[in-house]
Design a protein around this ligand. Structure first.
Ligand SMILES: [Zn+2]
Length: 269
């Protein structure tokens, strides 16, 4: 009898980072064995976006997103943005980001974050690329910018590692965006009950899954292993499927189809 493995798409990883320098290929092998057919490796600086693209060029399992993350945009040198614009045309770059706004850390002046977020949104719309959005404690500032972009024209993308409330999720959906959940949904702490309640409000054709590796280790590995990796997206999927009262196989198939459609990988990967 053929062994049936569910097919997963981890829509947010930082596999270019040094945490993976010693065993990157083994990490991707473990992911493949767990059924993780594709990972979207997301850039946070120009150097990281380049490294991410290099990974995508050498590993069929990897696709790339190019961008400058809000916490890193104050460090961006002259010419860095032009490089993002240039590599956005590469066929293995399937999204722009990560971009967005972050009020949790104070690594970049907020006006600079807004400027870079605006650039990513405009470029994404010009090139018809999806945008990978990071938002930490900044929903009140983020939503007006997304609304403004939506008024300009069609908007595609994902709010990654979603941590907002149901109203924010509902408005993101109205603006044409997808919502992606990471390991926080698996955390036992009661304070994540509100996030778990948001999970069931997302229509089945707009929900995505991610690990945000090497961060956000899901339960029950949290506290036992330090570095998260794409194979663990299965733990996130199991938790989400249970919350939504559906079978894991159906949920895996659905979220993989959603990601392939959003990132245009129906034929490529
Ligand atoms: Zn990220």
């Amino acid at each position: 009898m053929k062994h049936v493995t569910n097919i997963y798409f981890d829509t947010h990883v930082h596999l270019d980072q040094e945490e993976f320098d010693t065993d990157r290929d083994a990490v991707l092998d473990r992911a493949r064995q767990a059924g993780v057919e594709t990972v979207l490796c997301v850039g946070i600086t120009t150097a990281s976006s380049r490294a991410t693209l290099r990974l995508a060029e050498t590993h069929p399992q990897v696709c790339a997103a190019a961008g400058i993350q809000p916490n890193y945009c104050a460090q961006a040198a002259e010419g860095d943005w032009d490089l993002i614009v240039a590599i956005a045309d590469h066929p293995r770059v399937v999204a722009l980001g990560e971009t967005g706004l972050d009020r949790h850390w104070d690594f970049a002046p907020f006006a600079v974050q807004q400027d870079y977020f605006d650039r990513h949104l405009r470029l994404a719309q010009q090139r018809d690329l999806p945008v990978v959005v990071h938002c930490r404690d900044a929903e009140a500032d983020l939503m007006p910018m997304l609304r403004e972009a939506f008024r300009r024209g069609p908007l595609r993308g994902v709010l990654h590692s979603f941590s907002g409330d149901a109203a924010t999720a509902a408005e993101c959906l109205e603006l044409g965006l997808h919502v992606s959940f990471a390991g926080q949904v698996t955390y036992r702490n009661k304070k994540f009950d509100a996030l778990r309640a948001v999970v069931v409000t997302i229509p089945e054709d707009r929900i995505l899954i991610e690990t945000d590796s090497p961060y956000l280790m899901p339960h029950p590995l949290r506290g036992k292993q330090k570095r998260n990796e794409p194979a663990n997206v299965v733990l996130v999927a199991e938790c989400l499927a249970k919350l939504r009262g559906m079978g894991l196989e159906k949920f895996a198939t659905q979220t993989t189809a959603n990601a392939r459609r959003l990132f245009g990988l129906i034929l490529q990967c």
